[in-house]
Design a binder for this molecule. Structure first.
Ligand SMILES: [Zn+2]
Length: 250
């Protein structure tokens, strides 16, 4: 089998970087923030909703029709200042807030869609050497990423929104970009021929971050792509499973 597009031995490499102080534990705390942001947006939408009481309405009728999460009691609680002390005394023309109506459902939908929207493959190309392929050519004893077989000069894209942690030369990986995402995971793009971003820069999903190449320890041009729990070598997780978890077809 030809060694085209693979790594050569990099047993001696050892990465240390200032950015490495970001712990996986601290990063993991960022995960609920996605949901929190989504929930906030959803709540903002629903708080703007009001309902004008019509003749013959009751709180339970309105709660059912408007799918208020928590039923008429929740609706009454949210509108005590308008309705007064007696839940039966609602009058036509009263404006009730539907705060809480369908809140649970919208929050879920918003959180899941923001999680999966916009994520892309790092490059348009087919995958070569798979994650965890074993072999003596890798310092860890197995392949820590997934390779995409693409010619030099192919656009490399950020798989999701994030912040560039580093962009520069990294030994066996050649020209490399590492991006931190909101869920505390890091994506790494190696062997690039040119870098289009710099450390500290914010990127969007699908934004071009440079061009593919064959820099570092390679026998041919390809993109080596990793997902990590820290910015550093050795904290890799399955990149294909990760991308699929974000709705990417791969
Ligand atoms: Zn590789």
């Amino acid at each position: 089998m030809p060694a085209q597009g693979k790594h050569r031995s990099s047993k001696t490499r050892r990465i240390t970087r200032a950015a490495a102080v970001v712990s996986a534990g601290g990063a993991a705390l960022a995960l609920p923030l996605i949901g929190a942001t989504g929930a906030h947006a959803a709540t903002g939408d629903t708080t703007a909703q009001t309902y004008t009481v019509k003749s013959g309405d009751t709180l339970s009728k309105i709660a059912d029709a408007q799918k208020v999460d928590g039923g008429w009691k929740k609706l009454y609680d949210a509108n005590k200042n308008v309705v007064g002390s007696d839940a039966d005394r609602i009058k036509p023309g009263m404006k009730l807030t539907l705060d809480g109506a369908e809140q649970k459902a919208s929050t879920t939908a918003t959180a899941s869609s923001s999680d999966s929207s916009g994520w892309v493959k790092p490059v348009d190309g087919s995958t070569g050497t798979a994650y965890h392929a074993s072999g003596s050519m890798w310092s860890s004893g197995y392949h820590t990423g997934t390779d995409f077989v693409v010619p030099t000069g192919t656009a490399i894209k950020a798989v999701g929104p994030g912040t560039v942690v580093s962009a520069g030369w990294d030994g066996a990986y050649g020209n490399e970009v590492v991006i931190k995402h909101a869920d505390g995971r890091y994506s790494q793009y190696a062997h690039m021929s040119s870098l289009g971003v710099s450390a500290g820069q914010t990127v969007t999903a699908g934004q071009q971050i440079g061009l593919s190449g064959s820099t570092g320890n390679v026998t041919g041009p390809h993109l080596h792509f990793e997902i990590r729990t820290s910015p550093d070598y050795g904290s890799d997780v399955d990149p294909v499973a990760y991308l699929r978890g974000h709705g990417v077809s791969i």
